[in-house]
Design a protein around this ligand. Structure first.
Ligand code: PMV
Length: 338
């Protein structure tokens, strides 16, 4: 049995604008997807998924991917889990040069699905790492991140940026600009997450921003302004000592930029009533700043607050299903059992 686990992430800044070549800064957080892999004698793949924030299910299908399994669970859940696990299996078979390898796979995750926390990237990263290791091969981190990106790209019909998969692989904070991905130093920021229980349709939201940008010069300017604020945020992080707790000046500076980023995302039409309500609840509670994270439309917000006030306020906010503190995950994907 080989077991790997990989973290989810929040976007400190820059989602959507990253699609148009602006920089973005995601940060890995301590909510993980765990993938257990046991090679099989035949070429079948059996997938058991638990805790994908919905009811678990088990399916077994022949080695050929793309077969629709006959199971009694909601299609989007099956497709989400199966599509990503399939793509991860294909990458591992290719990496280990074992095209007919079969596996028993169990997926467990405490990252809300499709809610802007990088749940699918975490499953893909942990899945490729575990399945490749189970076949006796090894990938270095860059190679693993690249294969995870390709897997997501395939499942998401080319809509994926490298942000989620790179961040989940490396851990910590990273900077992504086009194909260029680098880890960056960041202190342990006091992230608080609010989750509305829902999910946005990433493809639809990205298409909406694209249309606005093509129609209005000021929407294109808004995307560029997001790029500007990301660069300011990066400069603040670069000046901070990553070994020390963040100073109040740093938190105030980052928070202000997060507030601005949320406003610009809302202008681009990707916020939602529930997300705005959680952002305002966090600000009213004294958070340094708050914004939606990920594609938007529903899902999660992220706020900065070292005290309990924001988490408490969010837990009483109508439309907030779950509020939790999310520590920076300094370690990316890791092997739990070799
Ligand atoms: O919701 P998530 O975590 O998949 O993030 C989507 C981020 C976008 O910038 C909107 C799209 C992308 O692939 O970068």
């Amino acid at each position: 049995m080989t077991v790997c686990e990989a973290p989810g992430k929040v976007y400190l800044f820059g989602e959507h604008a990253v699609v148009y070549g602006e920089p973005a800064v995601p940060a890995a957080v301590e909510r993980r997807a765990t993938v257990r892999v046991e090679p099989r004698e035949d070429d079948h793949v059996r997938v058991e998924a638990e805790d994908l924030t919905l009811d678990g299910f088990t399916v077994e299908y022949a080695g050929g991917t793309g077969d629709r399994p006959d199971v009694d669970v909601p299609t989007p859940l099956v497709e989400a889990a199966m599509g990503y696990v399939d793509a991860a299996v294909e990458q591992a078979r290719d990496a280990a040069d074992a095209p007919d390898a079969g596996f028993d796979i169990t997926v467990e995750s405490d990252i809300p699905l499709g809610a802007g926390l990088g749940s699918s990237a975490a499953v893909v990263v942990a899945g490729i790492d575990a399945a490749t290791r189970a076949l006796g091969a090894r990938l270095d981190r860059r190679e693993l991140a690249e294969r995870a990106y390709r897997a997501e790209f395939e499942v998401q019909d080319g809509q994926a940026s490298r942000a989620d998969t790179f961040c989940s692989t490396m851990g910590g904070a990273v900077r992504v600009e086009g194909d260029d991905c680098e880890p960056i130093d960041a202190p342990n920021l006091p992230f608080v997450v609010g989750f509305d229980g829902g999910a946005g349709d990433t493809g639809e939201l990205v298409a909406g921003v694209r249309a606005l940008r093509e129609e209005h010069g000021f929407a294109a300017d808004t995307v560029e302004s997001i790029g500007d604020l990301v660069r300011e945020g990066e400069a603040l992080l670069a000046d901070a000592d990553p070994e020390k707790p963040p100073s109040s000046e740093l938190l105030a500076g980052l928070g202000e930029l997060m507030d601005f980023n949320h406003g610009l995302l809302a202008a681009l039409g990707v916020s939602a009533r529930s997300l705005d309500a959680m952002v305002w609840a966090a600000r009213d509670a004294g958070a340094h700043g708050a914004k939606l994270t990920g594609a938007g439309g529903g899902g999660c917000i992220v706020a900065l607050d070292a005290s309990d006030a924001t988490e408490t306020a969010l837990s009483f906010t109508q439309g907030c299903e779950e509020a939790f503190r999310a520590e920076l995950a300094t370690e990316g994907v890791r092997v739990v059992e070799a």
